[in-house]
Design a protein around this ligand. Sequence first.
Ligand SMILES: Cc1cc2nc3c(=O)[nH]c(=O)nc-3n(C[C@H](O)[C@H](O)[C@H](O)COP(=O)(O)OP(=O)(O)OC[C@H]3O[C@@H](n4cnc5c(N)ncnc54)[C@H](O)[C@@H]3O)c2cc1C
Length: 228
Amino acid sequence: MQVRLLRSTPEPELIIAAASRSTSADATATEIMDKLTPDYASRMIKHLISAGHLSPLEHASFTFSIEGISRACSHQLVRHRLASYSQQSQRYVHLKEPKFVTPSSFSANPEMRARYQEMVRKAHQFYQEMVKAGIPMEDARYILPGGAETNLVMTMNARELLHAAALRLCPRSQWEIIELFERIKAEVKRVAPTIGEELRPKCYKLTYCDEPKSCGLFPTLKEMAKAK
Ligand SMILES: Cc1cc2nc3c(=O)[nH]c(=O)nc-3n(C[C@H](O)[C@H](O)[C@H](O)COP(=O)(O)OP(=O)(O)OC[C@H]3O[C@@H](n4cnc5c(N)ncnc54)[C@H](O)[C@@H]3O)c2cc1C
């Protein structure tokens, strides 16, 4: 899997801070922007997040090229509706090579790993035969498994990134989408260090775990009540 930040709003943290400050200052955003420092913007963003005043975060957007994730993972990703997606089409792009994601859990069972790889290879072979026989690619692709690789471009604003990362960086999420959001976080940190740092599992904000079973980072409410 590869995640590359293609473009983002220039000076994303300054824009967010300027937008926020402009709501309560007797000055225009242009005047405010000229005087803002990265340190002030960082403190402002932390305050906005802890206070739940999240709309100024919508002014900064991030566009990623997401390459080589499985269709199983992309299906989870696109459930986040407040974003824009452009995904490589299996209707128009002929899958010439068998490209599939192999989960690392298979390494613990070499026999299952070998059988999986044989099955996906066979599925791809049959796909090729169908295309050769004149079956449209949009139909031949039905044989391709959820592990088939895909590429997509995603644009998400900082507010939705915080929300999606809070869900997807939780260890209760699936390993591939956790890895995807870890890479997204690393890319965001390069241009927006405070926002990047704030992309964390939801329990950091809650200060407890709202899942049925805690991973150990924070206790569940039940565990907290028991400890009292
Ligand atoms: C660990 C885990 C397991 C999951 N398992 C399943 C599963 O088994 N089956 C399944 O179907 N899904 C599953 N999901 C997906 C999940 O139900 C959500 O669809 C997904 O996480 C997208 O998040 P979201 O709904 O908060 O909204 P996003 O689309 O990210 O939107 C952000 C926020 O905007 C608001 N919003 C967006 N659209 C609307 C709207 N139409 N109306 C009102 N408010 C809106 C909501 O406040 C929402 O939280 C799972 C997710 C996780 C993290």
